[in-house]
Design a protein around this ligand. Sequence first.
Ligand code: SF4
Length: 154
Amino acid sequence: MEAILVSACLRGVPCRFDGRHKASPEVEEALADRRVVSFCPEVAGGLATPRPPAELVGGDGHDVLDGAARVVEDTGRDVTAEFVDGARRALAAAQHAGCTEALLMPRSPSCGRGAVYDGSFTGALVPGDGVTAALFERNGIRVRPAPGTTPSGG
Ligand code: SF4
């Protein structure tokens, strides 16, 4: 049975910044016949739940990994180190389980793939990947956005 890493909030873990989850029947259906590794990079990186919302500033997750952008909470606190640490821990968990694919929460500054919030905390999106999604793509783990999810990342 093939292993897949999944954003923990998509599996009913209330680990989003607002203390809620994003479980859905569509996600469970997409995971049928898969060995699922549920993981939350932000919690693994040491952040509390609930926590202030955070967005990517100055670039996307690839830029963060290259040291050219930051992750900042709406309070102004810089949480770049926590996001990068959580991404590395997620990659280690995925590799340990033999995952070649991940199903991640859209638009999150960690888990988003293809579109993320633009750093203005206005709900505006820009093309790009979250920090964990970027690290996964760089290491050969294909990232799929989760089906059946509504706006707002974690
Ligand atoms: Fe955790 Fe946010 Fe990713 Fe959900 S979207 S797993 S809450 S980091």
